[in-house]
Design a protein around this ligand. Structure first.
Ligand code: NAD
Length: 252
């Protein structure tokens, strides 16, 4: 059996980690990236192997575009030595962090950091990795439901995610000739470290957010990880150039 290989950025914790585990359970081999969490990444690698999967973990800071050519060379080498392949199948641009700042107070440094992490990183990482993505593969970008509804303090973050959704549609067109599907997911509020972990750790915030969700609770990492595994599967191969809202029906 040939196992598809998925490369997930920011896989050491949160949604990326959960996506890796769900994909591994469905037979997808994983190349995960971590920024500083080498030991968390190693724990994830062991958990994947414990469910019969295979994984390699590589260091990557998605804001450091100068490192991307060397990173691509490392991915190429890892594919050959660890997986016996020349190409991988799924790229998930997941790495990212939230930024809360009222528009009036936002600084150019904060803006530059958001651009670097959420837009420039995915753009040029995808570009550099494209030769290593198999024809018929997938690119999945991670947006946010802040694009669909507004919450004061998230103007700049949401603007980055809106750009990622548009980018996904354009890439779907340009990569169609290689049968590479490009989509985005738009998670609602999920219990992770995102935003300082407020949705997970602050009961008041959790209850407030849950009230705005049709299914009556905030999302858990498993709600996103299993959705991503489904979206990347062949069952969803006709979905292209679209954004999937995965929010339990938040602020509909
Ligand atoms: P998290 O803070 O738990 O994890 C973020 C991951 O991204 C970590 O592994 C971190 O190391 C990595 N990362 C951050 N900056 C990086 C950089 N410069 N280079 C490499 N890796 C970097 O948050 P999460 O909830 O897992 O967020 C994952 C993605 O989901 C992000 O793009 C986020 O914007 C998006 N998102 C999250 C939510 C939510 O409510 N949790 C909702 C919508 C969208």
């Amino acid at each position: 059996m040939t196992h598809p290989i998925g490369l997930i950025t920011g896989a050491s914790r949160g949604l990326g980690r959960n996506m890796a585990l769900h994909l591994a359970k469905r037979g997808v081999h994983i190349i995960g990236t971590y920024r500083s969490g080498a030991s968390e990444a190693e724990t994830l690698r062991q958990e994947i192997e414990a469910v019969g999967g295979k994984a390699a973990m590589l260091a990557l800071d998605v804001t450091d575009t100068t490192s991307f050519p060397a990173f691509a060379a490392t991915v190429s080498e890892t594919l050959k030595t660890e997986f016996g392949r020349d190409r991988f199948d799924y790229l998930v641009n997941n790495a990212g962090n939230g930024l809360f700042s009222n528009f009036i107070d936002a600084t150019e440094e904060q803006f530059a950091s958001l651009v670097a992490t959420h837009l420039q990183g995915p753009v040029f990482l995808t570009q550099k990795l494209l030769p290593l993505i198999a024809d018929g593969g997938r690119v999945l970008n991670v947006s946010s439901s802040f694009v669909r509804f507004t919450l004061p303090g998230y103007s700049l973050y949401a603007a980055m995610k809106a750009a990622v959704e548009v980018l996904s549609r354009y890439l779907a067109v340009e990569l169609g000739e290689r049968q590479i599907r490009v989509n985005a997911i738009s998670p609602g509020a999920i219990e992770t470290d995102f935003g300082g972990g407020a949705v997970r750790d602050d009961e008041g915030v959790n209850a407030f957010v849950a009230k705005g969700i049709a299914l009556g609770r905030v999302g858990l990492p498993d709600d996103i990880g299993c959705a991503v595994a489904a979206i990347l599967s062949d069952d969803m191969a006709w979905a292209n150039g679209t954004t999937f809202d995965i929010s339990g029906g938040q602020l509909l």
